[in-house]
Ligand binder design. Structure first.
Ligand code: FMN
Length: 235
């Protein structure tokens, strides 16, 4: 059976400027496997409304742009999901998208159990928060995070037009109040060799794990165990 990976970029920005999109794509390209890439940009996806309409059959009844993606999510063997850092967490669009994975969790709902994932986070300062959040979402579906990739992308403050004068913007925060913005100063994930290498390595590792006897049942059991321990320690 053909192995297929689903990549999701949760950034609302255009693909060619989004650091999240670039990193998720790099991970996918290095898996050596078939993949689909979906951007959540301009998609209308609301959060879970707790209607419990999915409890019986594991199918969400809300009609929005997530509905046509459901089959692709179920069919994938692994996920590479990336989100930008908004207020030290993952952005609302990606959060809404992942909340709706509640539909896969009920009764014998093992549609996602034991699959593999890579979590990607990009921030104007730091990307680790959304990557950690995505790992947590994966855990709730008993998906093992084989790698996390996170780094610094371009904060909009560099290009909003007020970056040199705005008192709360990233340029002044990093370079002081006399900052003069130059193209070299603007971060871009592709300028960071270590970050791009980490993305390539994550893709290779995911490809290796999928191609070399990926045992979904064993992974699901391991993740269930980890989840139990997390629940107990947070009780
Ligand atoms: C509403 C909003 C909130 C943000 N909050 C943070 C933040 O708390 N920390 C941070 O490092 N970057 C923050 N950023 C900057 C983005 O994470 C940054 O621009 C990132 O590169 C976006 O990724 P993208 O290029 O894939 O869209 C914020 C941006 C926006 C629009």
């Amino acid at each position: 059976m053909r192995i297929r990976i689903l990549g999701i970029s949760g950034s609302p920005r255009k693909d060619d400027v989004s650091g999240t999109y670039k990193l998720v794509s790099t991970v996918l390209e290095n898996t050596g496997l078939d993949y689909d890439m979906i951007s959540l940009r301009k998609k209308e996806i609301g959060g879970c409304i707790a209607c419990l309409g999915c409890a019986k059959d594991n199918v969400c009844k809300v009609k929005d742009d997530l509905e046509p993606l459901r089959e692709e999510i179920v069919a994938a063997d692994a996920y590479v999901i990336g989100a930008p850092n908004y207020y030290s967490t993952l952005n609302a669009t990606t959060h809404a998208f992942l909340e709706r994975w509640f539909q896969f969790r009920h009764q014998e709902g093992n549609l996602l159990w034991g699959k593999l994932g890579v979590a990607v986070g990009v921030g104007g300062m730091a990307g680790r928060f959304p990557a950690d959040d995505i790992e947590k979402f994966f855990m709730y579906s008993f998906i093992e995070t084989v790698a996390k990739v996170s780094g610094q992308g371009a904060a909009s403050c560099y290009t909003c037009g007020y970056g040199e004068t705005c008192k709360v913007g990233v340029p002044r925060m990093l370079y002081g109040e006399d900052v003069k913005i130059t193209p070299e100063m603007i971060p871009d994930v592709t300028k960071d060799d270590n970050l791009m290498q980490a993305a390539r390595d994550a893709g290779k590792l995911l490809g290796y794990r999928l191609k070399n006897g990926h045992d979904r049942k064993a992974v699901a059991e391991k993740m269930q165990q980890q989840m139990m321990e997390m629940m107990k320690s947070s009780a």
